[in-house]
Design a protein around this ligand. Structure first.
Ligand SMILES: [Zn+2]
Length: 427
């Protein structure tokens, strides 16, 4: 008798392969573990205090490179919980919660800095479920969530085999500098979890971001004697015109280029001696990122040469790209991503917008520097909210509770090892 699979059986197999779920480490039985239940009770009872602490942090000065007061606060709170705390030379506050041994090292990072100028009034106003204030959403919420997680882990005496490293990072808003610095000076962690962004999606990618400032210079001249003389204005106009004519696919898989600043000249009646414009180039595709960057630099150089004006190029920020969705297929298949998605579902955390993807191959957080180093990395949200980086920033405070529970469940799930649950085929 010959055993040939029937067409129907082959179709079933093919369909099973297509619907094979991503590997997950999520085990719903974790929610029944007494120490996890006790940690949740601790979080729920302490939540009003967590919100108060969140507001207190948000009202501290926090402009990037001026995080000292927030850092001192975080350091004190971590020390009070018995963590081994250090502050590195860039200003990151690192609290290590030692594991019992032979487990993975997991980094949880929440940036302490905000974009708002030092003189900004950071007073927070509470109206119903909403908190209003510059920086209340990005990223004071995550800093408070992180501290609440540490306290709940301790209160419930949850142990992990691996070390949990909690980092209050600095200068995230200046190009992820604090996280970059930490990764440069420490052994690679096994997992990196950035706590940043609106609640809902799990970000497992990294949007590459290059910021470049192009400065044209000339000897200048009075208007009366300016005819035919080299002028930075023409070079700048020519360069910007050509940059906007570049052809490429749009985001999310392609790129975007924005000229955010054009400055220069101080008088009506003369050729300006200096003029500059800035380019904000973003794409998840590392190849496209570098090719567009080279093209832009070539265009600007040609414009300066043609007009015979001077050129200075200042690289303000260079954050690498993690890859397109296709390039990141391997990262998506790491259990960290699906586990985080499953924990969102288990906690009833809804997506920001109906139909929005649960896991997205992009990101603009501290997790980016992990993604580009091929460390399994995600960014998870802190609360629902909006208008970040504006003076009308707001956050929905009740949603910080499930966001914090999610952090705790991630720590408990991966703290003993990165194992996946037995796979079931979804019919
Ligand atoms: Zn942020």
């Amino acid at each position: 008798m010959r055993l040939l699979p029937s067409l129907a059986a082959l179709t079933l197999l093919a369909r099973a392969a297509l619907t094979q779920p991503y590997p997950t480490a999520w085990d719903p039985k974790l929610l029944e573990r007494p120490d996890i239940k006790s940690a949740f009770t601790h979080l729920e009872r302490g939540f009003p205090k967590q919100v108060d602490e969140w507001i207190a942090i948000a009202e501290m000065p926090g402009k990037s490179t001026h995080e000292a007061q927030r850092a001192a606060y975080v350091r004190k709170a971590m020390e009070a919980e018995g963590l081994r705390v250090t502050t590195d030379s860039i200003g990151n506050v690192i609290g290590v919660r030692k594991g019992t041994g032979n487990g993975p090292t997991i980094v949880f990072a929440a940036h302490m800095d905000i974009v708002h100028a030092l003189e900004t009034n950071l007073k927070v106003h509470r109206a119903g479920d909403t908190l209003h204030g510059p920086g209340i959403f990005d990223n004071s919420a995550s800093v408070a969530n992180m501290l609440a997680t540490i306290r709940a882990l301790n209160a419930a005496k949850i142990t992990t085999k691996g070390d949990l490293i909690f980092i209050g990072t600095v200068q995230e808003e200046l190009g992820l500098r604090g996280m970059e610095y930490w990764l440069q000076h420490n052994p690679k962690p096994d997992l990196l979890i950035g706590m940043d962004g609106g609640l809902g999606p799990v970000n497992y990618g990294a949007l590459g971001i290059y910021w470049t400032k192009f400065i044209f210079t000339s000897a200048g001249s009075h208007t009366v004697t300016s005819r035919g003389k080299p002028t930075p204005v023409k070079a700048l106009a020519d360069a910007i015109d050509r940059i906007y004519k570049l052809q490429f696919a749009p985001l999310p898989e392609g790129a975007v280029i924005n000229v955010g600043q054009v400055h220069g000249g101080v008088i009506f009646n003369g050729i300006p001696q200096e003029l500059f414009f800035t380019v904000d180039l973003r794409t998840p595709d590392p190849v496209l990122l570098d090719s567009l960057d080279r093209t832009i630099n070539r265009i600007v150089k040609e414009a300066a040469d043609r007009e015979k004006v001077g050129l200075r190029v200042v690289i303000e920020q260079k954050n690498g790209a993690g890859g397109t969705t296709a390039q990141l297929a391997g990262a998506r298949a790491h259990p960290l991503v699906q586990t985080a998605v499953d924990i969102h579902r288990a906690l009833g955390i809804r997506q920001g917008m109906p139909g929005a993807a649960e896991a997205v191959a992009t990101g603009s957080t501290d997790a980016n520097v992990g993604v580009t180093r091929k460390i399994p990395s995600i960014a998870i949200g802190r609360a629902y909210g909006g208008n970040q980086h504006t003076l009308t920033e707001w956050a929905d405070w009740p949603s910080a509770l499930p966001a914090t529970k999610m952090v705790l469940l991630l720590a408990a799930t991966f703290g003993d090892g990165i194992r996946t649950m037995p796979q079931r085929l979804v019919p």
